[in-house]
Design a protein around this ligand. Structure first.
Ligand code: SF4
Length: 321
């Protein structure tokens, strides 16, 4: 764990073999350009669950095996099962790790993989028939239903990375509101995230608005817990293109009366091009933002949708893939 956590940055749990330690079964360390790029912007907490339960480096590989309806962590070369050790370690690790805002785990690992991990149908079997979740990752997913949890391999995809970063920084900003235990801060957060939430999930945006209005005068802590649950639901999946266009149209409504016919038709044409996947979203956001600046519209200028995460992390070089 890091000696000190910088409270101004989100904290991410990352699989230790992703650039931090030669702890893979064969003594290797892997590199992830995304994990590396995030380093100046986040606090990293690292863990290698297999080393922590006493499997050394190098070690004989472990795998997931389905036995009697249960999924076991099994080491074929030693004919040993490590399920209990891994479950015990994971419980105690997550009990003591402190506040997290996101997780980046190594894909396909029987310990860290969050999906599509091979599950062998018996200890003697050399082929897998099902896919499952690594044991350590399963504990993480159960503990943190509202946090972004991704595999390093999937984060090479622009859309997945964009969603991960947006959710990570939104969760981080919300945790700061939660710590303040202030309704005023929650109202400000909700107001500043209105258009981002509109793009992600319009039904949840409405529900979150009702939670903030708090007609039943619930205690702040209850309101914040409820808000957190619904914020998690709002960010469950990436936004659709149609939702984004609907959000652009709402923003456009704030200054459309002040635009010339030519300016309006140019903007509407951009929306259509975005619908057809011929223009990147950042081009539309930049045009809308420039109008918000020109019209000095504070409410719009304070919206998180313009840059939901630090601009230095925006990398659209693979957005066409
Ligand atoms: S995938 Fe997880 S258990 Fe395997 S070496 Fe990396 S950190 Fe350790």
């Amino acid at each position: 764990m890091p000696e000190s956590i910088d409270a101004k940055k989100p904290t991410i749990l990352v699989s230790k073999c992703l650039g931090f330690c030669k702890c893979r079964y064969n003594g290797d360390v892997l590199s992830s350009a995304f994990v590396e790029a995030l380093k100046p912007h986040v606090n990293y907490i690292t863990a290698c669950p297999e080393v922590e339960i006493g499997l050394g480096v190098p070690r004989n590989p472990v795998r997931l095996v389905s036995r009697g309806g249960a999924i076991e962590l099994y080491q074929p070369a030693e004919d040993k099962t490590y399920t209990q050790q891994m479950n015990r370690y994971s419980e105690s690790f997550f009990d003591s790790v402190g506040e997290l805002h996101g997780l980046i785990l190594k894909g396909r690992s029987p310990s860290c993989g969050i999906k599509d991990v091979k599950v062998y149908s018996g200890v003697e079997k050399s082929s897998s028939s099902q896919k499952g979740v690594g044991l350590f990752a399963a504990h993480a997913i159960a503990r943190y239903p509202n946090l972004p949890i991704e595999e390093e391999g999937r984060l090479t995809n622009y859309a997945i990375r964009e969603h991960f970063l947006t959710k990570l920084y939104t969760v981080f900003r919300f945790q700061q509101v939660k710590q303040s235990a202030s309704m005023k801060e929650l109202v400000r957060f909700h107001s500043e995230h209105k258009f981002l939430l509109m793009a992600y999930h319009q039904t949840q945006l409405r529900l979150l608005g009702k939670i903030v209005a708090n007609p039943e005068k619930k205690p702040v802590s209850e309101v914040l817990d409820l808000y957190e649950q619904h914020l998690g639901l709002a960010f469950l999946r990436p936004p659709t293109r149609n939702n984004y266009i609907n959000t652009f149209q709402h923003i456009f409504g704030y200054f459309s009366d002040a635009l010339s016919d030519k300016e309006k038709s140019f903007l509407l044409d951009r929306f259509q091009k975005y619908r057809e996947d011929k223009v990147h979203i950042s081009a539309i956001l930049n045009v809308l933002r420039s109008y918000a600046i020109q019209h000095n519209h504070d409410y719009l200028l304070n919206q998180a949708i313009w840059s939901a995460y630090p601009e230095e992390l925006l990398d659209i070089s693979d957005s066409g893939r």
